[in-house]
Design a protein around this ligand. Sequence first.
Ligand code: ADP
Ligand code: MG
Length: 698
Amino acid sequence: MFDLSTRDIKYLSGVGPQKAALLNKELEVYSLHDLLYYFPYKYVDRSRIYYVHEIDGNMPYIQLKGEILGFETLGEGRQRRLIAHFSDGTGVVDLVWFQGIKYILNKYKIGTKYIVFGKPTAFNGRINIAHPDIDNASELSLSSMGLQPYYNTTEKMKRSFLNSHAIQKMMSTVLQQMQGPLPETLSDELIAEHHLMSLTEAMWNIHFPSNPEMLRKAQYRFKFEELFYIQLNILRYSRDRQKKYRGFVFKSVGKIFNTFYSQNLPFALTNAQKRVLKEIRYDTGCGKQMNRLLQGDVGSGKTLVALMSMLIALDNGYQACMMAPTEILANQHFETIKEFLFGMDIRVELLTGSIKGKKREAIHKGLLTGDIHILIGTHAVIEDTVNFSSLGLVVVDEQHRFGVAQRARLWMKNVNPPHVLVMTATPIPRTLAMTVYGDLDVSVIDELPPGRKPIETRHQFDNRRESLFQFIHKQIEAGRQIYIVYPLIKESEKIDLKNLEEGYELISSEFPDYKICKVHGKMKAAEKDEQMQLFVSGEAKIMVATTVIEVGVNVPNASVMVIENAERFGLSQLHQLRGRVGRGADQSYCILVTSYKLTEETRKRLEIMVRTNDGFEIAEADLKLRGPGDLEGTKQSGIAFDLKIANIAKDGQLLQYVRDIAQKIVDNDPDATSPTNQVLWKQLKALRKTNVNWASIS
Ligand code: ADP
Ligand code: MG
């Protein structure tokens, strides 16, 4: 059979080495197989032609047939544009280009019949179509066009005439050349049972749909397949891992846990905390190796749950460790946990990048002899030089800062991998959690400790600073502390720092009587800690910072979070920042400061923030607004979010459906030997080879 994945794209007629290089670089298309799996991003019904006199500025994409009456260039510099007056006899529209003017003037002729395709807008009383698609009317046969596919291309590709049209042509060549059907990638059983299109038919219809119904079926088949293999991969690995590794059995809850519970615990656990502890207790006691994700909003008390889980490990003769994404946070956990364990005979140590020399050696030794019971730290704790005598449980705080690869290293630290508890305050909608952390069991703390007053969130335009400053004054006089956060975007760190410095100057001159501290990512760790400490101790009343404070910092006395340029933050980031306040008994406030000019999407984001404090609701809204690719935490999560066709935000139901199917297959064919499933295991193997991240998921 003819294997498309070994056919280099450069040998396709009309491609050649130069265009092939572009396809490689811009689209990661190397083979004919890659090309076929480069699906259109939209389809447009091009069976209808409109008349100019019918159209207005509120229509979607439309098609006109007529000719260019004349060209005109207007404006200077960036305003420079080419206008072609285009008429079909019922009226005139202006076709407008801001780029490629020379090229357009060369290519299109006055008086030739063209089909023009684009989105009309009304401007100064005229209808404009900016950067339209133009085809020679004589070369386009409309009756056969129906749904036309549109492929994403880049500017670089367009300059080399690799536009959507060109890709469409290449697709058609490949499909025509194909002899016989494509080798099927799903089992006959699955295809029959779930009424799926065959691969070959689906491939034709995804590129050249014969009608909308066939297109829908083709899309369904590919979405099904895409999500199915993601789930099959995750479930297969998790099954194999379970077979390979036995978990440590934490037989009983013992003296350490009970002493803590009855003597040290300063408050009653919330019901949610109790429930999650029970889930962890079951996992760690049943002989399986635990891999559990603990989701809980900021301030919901995850640290305590982590600590109590670690105590169970200690009770059974094991050590435990806890990893935090930053040094500040590791420090804070260390302090918190030492305080919680006050008076108990438990040795807790801190290991971060800045602990060196003798101190570090002593820690290494203490871990090997078992003298150290609990280790708290940053990435430093998973370095190869760090070895434990009997590590039974690892807690990872703020999961999304750790890649899958780092998680995998943890499993290799012992002959038997320790139990793993991953905690995140970035709630992930269920559908997404199933994909990103599909191998983890999920626990949720959906209840805040009692007595917390919901944070009051307001949106304020930046031209009303006076009232904001007055408010801050009042809060400080009442004994509170204030965060003021400036955005940080990697690409323009210089500008951001300037923003922060200017903000710091402004605040300093506005509040000359108070100590103000400043924290940003470019600072040395020691300097940062010093500034943080000023705020933690209450000496500094205001902290001016970039988003470095986003994760985990706990200063209960801070009751106001001012976020400058709030329009530049994503929803979950805003929510994380807001979670820094509202930790004490006082009413807390979050003030989102923006400029006056806001996009529709930003407005929605701010509205959601003002309306709700519920992290899960915010995560769902975020997913809907932005799509999963941008969702906080998904980028580093390991599963690359380059889904070709499925959409996690919209296809949640299908995801659940195929997960159940995949689960059944793994359960019924635990050793992957059933003949009907061979095609599935073979395809999974092939996919693991091409998706680097897939193989590392455990
Ligand atoms: P997060 O889930 O954001 O990590 P923390 O563990 O930092 O939350 O908890 C936030 C605060 O709530 C801490 O000061 C912690 O001691 C306190 N806390 C935790 N559990 C309870 C409880 N059941 N009752 C009262 N306060 C609690
Ligand atoms: Mg925390």
